[in-house]
Write a protein that binds this ligand. Structure first.
Ligand SMILES: Cc1ncc(COP(=O)(O)O)c(C=O)c1O
Length: 409
């Protein structure tokens, strides 16, 4: 399995929508064939349309607040005593996380399609909050599907969705988390696709949703590439880009401009959720060796039992608590271009404690998993190694969990 140079990874699938011949595709019911095809045609047209690109860039700059800061974590670097640790503070984007890029683009496409309604899924609540923000901005009516367990643990984001006028549909089936929210959202779309658009909250789902989401979050690495060049004059000879991986949209967006660099120069490290230390359950299909399966319209490595049934996951982080992962990350893993590891709940909490002790940064539980990996490897590396962590979400949404687990927020 090989990655081609000079072609965005979102376009490196075959005519049936598979990356590396087996990841992704379109496992969809007959009724969705036409709306999915229509969306495909519209997206391919819009991404070549200079006016549409101008509009996207206008809103990214003047509404999302691009570019987000790129900062050196000097105190953390001194404390760890090895590699330099930097952060791309994507949580400074309007709304507090990277999900704003995908939500903005989906709403702009929906307007062009002449639809007035949009539905979406959410786990941590950021995808839902951002979709509710973008829907309000662009005059669309919005419905968000969210697992009942996540509604309880991510209250601040639910309050924001309601404030923006979105309806939250609680999902009580299965594990009452993101996996069930995506299923329910897709079921709703099957019945309402004539009038309603669907925004899948990550680089998962049928091929076109992976592509739109990846195309949107790629903004992160376009900014970062420029910021690195401004800071260092060139791409450092030892660069490590660390990102948490749930569905994989922030990681793809963080890495996409760096794909063509040699692995020895730019290492890409994805960190999944290993769950509580004592539990056998996790949400780490890539790093814990899960098998290929089909989930939410696409083939990917999926946490499953020996009968191929989707297995329950467990993680302190609602955004990473998902049994599948983007087909593009499966491809990157098998092609050997990215390395995937995992962090436990406890390691993520320790990382949160350390980062907030030394820095004026408040990473949510998702990027705290990425910081756990940075904290693990930085002391073993030399000072000319540059580690950059994507601090892709703000911990405000996690205040209840942090108060309960750490006694303070
Ligand atoms: C702040 C944050 N980071 C990461 C994720 C994981 O998703 P993805 O892997 O698509 O970036 C989420 C998902 O909700 C999130 O809210």
């Amino acid at each position: 399995m090989k990655i081609k140079k000079g072609i965005p990874l979102i376009d490196q699938h075959d005519k049936n929508g598979f990356w590396g011949g087996k990841f992704g595709g379109n496992f969809i019911p007959e009724t969705l064939k036409k709306p999915v095809e229509d969306l495909n045609i519209l997206f391919e047209k819009l991404r070549k349309d200079k006016r549409f690109i101008k509009e996207r860039d206008y809103y990214f700059k003047n509404w999302v607040g691009a570019p987000t800061p790129f900062i050196k974590l000097e105190n953390l670097t001194s404390h760890l005593g090895g590699a330099q640790v930097w952060a791309k503070v994507v949580s400074e984007a309007n709304g507090g996380a990277h999900k704003i890029y995908n939500a903005t683009v989906h709403c702009l496409i929906t307007k062009r399609a002449g639809k007035k309604y949009i539905v979406g899924d959410t786990g941590a609540g950021y995808a839902g909050k951002m979709l509710s923000m973008a829907a309000k901005k662009f005059g669309l009516k919005c419905k968000i599907f969210m697992g009942a367990k996540d509604i309880k643990r991510q209250k601040p984001n639910c309050d924001a969705m309601r404030k923006n006028g979105a309806e939250i549909v609680p999902v009580h089936s299965g594990s009452q988390t993101l996996v069930d929210a995506v299923s329910e959202c897709m079921r709703y779309w099957v019945a309402n696709c004539d009038s309603t658009a669907m925004c899948v909250g990550s680089t998962v789902g049928p091929n076109i949703f992976v592509k739109i989401c990846g195309w949107s979050t790629a903004q992160i690495s376009r900014e970062l590439l420029q910021q690195i060049k401004n800071e260092f004059g060139e791409i450092p000879s030892k660069l490590k880009l660390i990102n948490c991986v749930g569905g994989g949209s922030s990681a793809y967006g963080f890495w996409s401009e760096f794909m063509d660099y040699k692995k020895k120069q730019v290492e890409m490290i994805g960190v999944e959720a290993a769950g509580p230390k004592k539990s056998k359950l996790h949400a780490a299909p890539l790093s814990k060796g899960s098998k290929l399966g089909v989930l939410h319209g696409a083939a990917s490595y999926v946490c499953q039992n020996s009968d191929g049934q989707i297995k329950e996951t467990e993680s302190i982080s609602a955004g990473l608590d998902y049994p599948g992962v983007s087909p593009m990350h499966c491809f990157l893993k098998d092609a050997g271009r990215a390395r995937y590891s995992s962090a436990t709940d406890e390691e993520a909490l320790e990382a949160y404690k350390l980062v907030t002790k030394y820095e004026n940064l408040n990473p949510s539980l998702e990027p705290s998993h990425a910081f756990a990996e940075a904290i693990k490897i930085a002391p073993k590396l030399s000072n000319d190694t540059v580690i950059i962590v994507n601090s892709c979400g703000d911990a405000q949404k996690d205040r209840d969990i942090l108060r309960k687990r750490l006694g303070k927020y």
